[in-house]
Structure formats: C-alpha cells, structure tokens
Ligand binder design. Structure first.
Ligand code: HEM
Ligand SMILES: [Ca+2]
Ligand SMILES: [Mn+2]
Length: 343
C-alpha cells in the first residue's frame, strides 16, 4: 500500500500526518540552540534524565485507590516546577527545566510533549543510540506529581523494582531503561566533582556502562561517604549504589550482563521501554505518531572493551547461569575518565 504524504508549509518536509509539521521548527531550534548544534552533551544528558523524572510521576496503585498519583509524562515537572524541583530526588533538575522553558513558551507545544520530544531528539545525537519513537498530543498537566515517585540512588532493589512495577515496568524493562546511564554524569552525588560520568564513554550510547558497573569497585573519584554512591573502578568515574546493586541482584544481574557487547539488543530494549515510558498516563490512541520527525541515528563508535589496565579477573561475576563475555582490554596503563563539560 502507498502511504499518502502531506507537504508541510515549510516547503521542505513531508509527513504522514499534517499535525507533525509543527515539530520541524522546534526540532531545528533545539538542535541548534539547546543541544549546541546536535551534540550529545550535557543538555542532552539532562534532557534524557528529565523525560524520566517527569514520566515516573505516576502510580497504578494510586489510580486503583482513586487518589492522584501523578499524571505521568504530562510536563508537570516544568508546569509545577515550584513544587516538583524541590523534591529530593529531583536535585539539579531545575537547571534543564529552566533551559527548556523558553522553548516551550516560544513554540506552541505542551510541556509534556516538549520534554519527551527533546529527549528523543537529543538521544539521536549520541552515536549508538536507537531512533526513539515520538507520539504527539499530551494535554497540559493538571497537578504536580506527588513526592517520592522518583527512585533515589540509595534505594534498595526491592523498593526500586516495586516503584517501577507501580508504573507498569518489569525488571527487564528497568534494566533496559538504565541503558540511559551510558550517556550520563552526576553533578550532585558528589558535589565536589560535578560532571563525573557513569561510564568511560558518556558521549556514546554504547554498552560500556553495563561492563564497567560489573567491575570491582576500588576507589571513590572524589570524596567518600556520599549518600547513594559506592566505589567505582576508575578515576574520574562515579558509581551509583542503585546501579551497583541492580548489576548484582539475582533478579537483574543476568539481564544486566545480557546487554554487555550486545549493542542491537540494548538499542531495541531501550527503544521499547522508552516508548512505553514516554506515554505514561496517556492513551496512544488519542495521540499522533510523529516518530518520523526524530532524526536518524549514527552508528556506535568504538568496540566493547575492558578499560586499560583492568582484566577479566576484575569482573565481579553476578549472573549465576552465564559467564561474563570475554572482552579485549584496552592497551596501556590505567587511565582517568574526563568530566563532562558544562555540568
Ligand atoms: C533506579 C532508577 C534510577 C536512579 C536511582 C537514578 C539516579 C540518578 C542519579 C542520582 C543521577 C545523577 C544526578 C546528578 O547528580 O546530577 C542520574 C543521572 C542521570 N539519569 Fe538516572 N536514575 C535512574 C534511572 C534513570 C532512567 C530510567 C533514566 C532515563 C530513561 C535516567 C537517565 C539519567 C541520565 C541521562 C542522567 C545524567 C544526567 C546528566 O548527565 O546531567 N536515569 N540518575
Ligand atoms: Ca557510554
Ligand atoms: Mn549534568
């Protein structure tokens, strides 16, 4: 069958649904002015984090009890930022909220749509990322999400998995969503070292995050004793307690290891879980599929490896049924991971 395409008023683009035309000026504006000419930098990382902190404000248990558990991916984190940015788990999110707000004011789009659109566009700038879906049509948020919907890095695995289950996510989907920490850094876990990444390649959407979180922790990159932080294997790299525990818990360890050097598998699992997360609280039948507006993606750069100076003996095997995959080690002495600029 031939799909009829509609020409957009810009004279440049065609789409299957005319409603999607409105997204092209926003796409051009954010690529240039929010993401510094389509980089996979700090603003992309923060925008991806924001998709999660907005969407996870949702609760099936609250819905069943006929109470309000949050509107999901509704933009409430921006619309009601006076309330939500003060939640402990949202520490630092105010920065990207205030960077995104002028784009929402300038363009005719709801905060809920903008947050998920910016996240999907931003991720497309990271080599190795999948092309995420984008569904258009979230109404304006009606109320702030309640506190305690966003997991904390010091939460145990039970509490993390039950919080995600309350929004409809399985342990496998939780692990898939955490692929996001491959393009990520922490500014506030150890405030003395802002911009400290979770893996050695924070500008590449690769599987290094799943490899490096399985290495034995040996040092704190800055100061010790921060809540939610455990020892990492490399200078300049930070490890969240939650990531460390998910990598080692019997419910999630084999899922975690299962993404090591499995780029295509990680991409498709992340894409599927993100598609579900991005529409939490909404019915996709009421939305328009504008996925074709999301830019095509770039192939991953580099190959899965153990960081220089480390060997297979430094892996803390946690999956009981399958050995950790054999990987080449980078040559040379142990190196230090550089911080993400602009954090
Ligand atoms: C168990 C669940 C999770 C916990 C406990 C958690 C915790 C954290 C923490 C503590 C930070 C550092 C914030 C800072 O100090 O600047 C962070 C960063 C980040 N998180 Fe998560 N996270 C979780 C799940 C997710 C999910 C599901 C996504 C997206 C789908 C996500 C995306 C990100 C990104 C992209 C960053 C980096 C932000 C930047 O570089 O500025 N996280 N996360
Ligand atoms: Ca990476
Ligand atoms: Mn940051």
């Amino acid at each position: 069958a031939v799909t009829r395409r509609v020409a957009c008023p810009d004279g440049k683009n065609t789409v299957t649904n005319a409603a999607c035309c409105a997204l092209f000026p926003i796409l051009d504006d954010i690529q240039e002015n929010l993401f510094d000419n389509a980089e996979c930098g700090e603003e992309v990382h923060e925008s991806l984090r924001l998709t999660f902190h907005d969407a996870i404000g949702f609760s099936f248990a609250a819905n069943r009890a006929k109470t309000f558990g949050g509107g999901g991916a509704d933009g409430s984190i921006i619309t009601f930022s006076d309330i939500e940015t003060n939640f402990h788990a949202n520490n630092g999110i105010d920065e990207i909220v205030e960077e995104q707000r002028p784009f929402i004011t300038k363009h005719n789009i709801t905060a809920g749509d903008f947050i998920q659109f910016a996240g999907a566009v931003g991720v497309s700038n990271c080599p190795g990322a999948p092309q995420l879906d984008f569904f258009f049509g979230r109404p304006a948020a009606v109320a702030p999400a309640p506190d305690k919907t966003v997991p904390e890095p010091f939460d145990d695995v039970d509490s993390i998995l039950s919080r995600f289950a309350d929004t409809g996510f399985s342990p496998a989907e939780v692990v898939a969503l955490l692929s996001s920490h491959t393009v990520a850094a922490a500014d506030h876990v150890d405030p003395s070292i802002p911009g400290t990444p979770f893996d050695s390649t924070p500008f590449v959407f690769d599987t290094q995050f799943f490899i490096e979180t399985q290495l034995r922790g040996t040092l704190f990159p800055g100061t010790g004793g921060n809540q939610g932080e455990v020892e990492s294997p490399l200078r300049g790299e930070i490890r969240l307690q939650s990531d460390s525990e998910l990598a080692r818990d019997s419910r999630t360890a084999c899922l975690w290891q299962g993404f090591v050097n499995e780029q295509a598998k990680m991409q498709s699992a992340f894409k599927a879980a993100m598609a579900k997360m991005a529409v939490l609280g909404h019915n996709v039948d009421d939305m328009v599929d504008c996925s074709e507006v999301i830019p095509s993606t770039k192939p991953v750069t580099g190959t899965a490896h153990l960081p220089a100076g480390l060997t297979h003996n430094d892996i803390e095997q946690a999956c009981a049924t399958t050995p950790f995959p054999a990987l080449p080690a980078d040559p040379g002495p142990v190196t230090t991971v550089a911080p993400v600029p602009g954090s």
